[in-house]
Write a protein that binds this ligand. Structure first.
Ligand code: SAH
Length: 179
């Protein structure tokens, strides 16, 4: 995603968690950029804030205690250079607080509208647990439909593992795409 995000861009971390991706994004957008970081867990936002504060980039981040399915209330259509999802649950935290397929699909739909032409959408899926498998299949199916709308898509993941391995879906909204 790095070459696609420029200084001054507005980007979204849809699943802030412990803030690893939030920090990565804050580095990418530079001092004049903005990261909107969503999580439904207050403790996740606190932990993310600590991480970006320690790195000295907290001024670039807006923490939003809300579901990513409502990201459309926080940014304008076509105003965002990248949206990043890391699905599943926080390691070491309550496993019931995992992302939910319906919410995830609603958030992906919102991302599609918020992204600017040339913008990038990334989703890491975890099919290794039963709910994660259902969610991963639904997300992959949804991402497939975007190719018909002119998006470029790729899928990366390990093969030959005992359990289904996590995989990354990454897509780019091309300038001529009809969505
Ligand atoms: N990117 C994180 C890991 C994310 S784990 C890191 O680098 O540490 C998934 C996170 O998604 C959890 O923190 C969970 O609270 C959050 N989450 C679950 N449902 C959500 C929703 N509907 N909206 C926003 N965040 C959600």
């Amino acid at each position: 995603m790095k070459p696609r995000i420029h200084a001054g861009d507005r980007v979204i971390d849809a699943t802030a968690g412990n803030g690893h991706d939030t920090l990565f994004l804050a580095d990418c957008v530079g001092e004049t950029g903005r990261v909107l970081a969503f999580d439904v867990q207050e403790s996740a936002l606190i932990s993310s804030r600590e991480r970006v504060t320690a790195a000295g980039v907290v001024a670039r981040v807006e923490f939003i205690h809300d579901s990513h399915s409502r990201m459309g209330n926080h940014a304008a259509a076509g105003s965002v250079a990248a949206v990043m999802f890391n699905l599943g649950y926080l390691p070491g935290e309550d496993h019931d607080l995992t992302t939910q397929t319906d919410e995830t699909l609603a958030a992906l739909q919102a991302s599609k509208t918020l992204l600017q032409p040339g913008g990038v959408l990334s989703v890491v899926c975890y099919p290794g647990h039963p709910a994660g498998l259902i969610e991963a299949e639904a997300v992959e199916k949804w991402m497939h439909t975007l190719t018909a709308e002119g998006w470029r898509m790729a899928r990366y993941g390990a093969v030959g593992t005992l359990r289904p391995a996590p995989f990354l879906l990454i897509g780019r909204k091309m300038s001529g795409s009809n969505s």
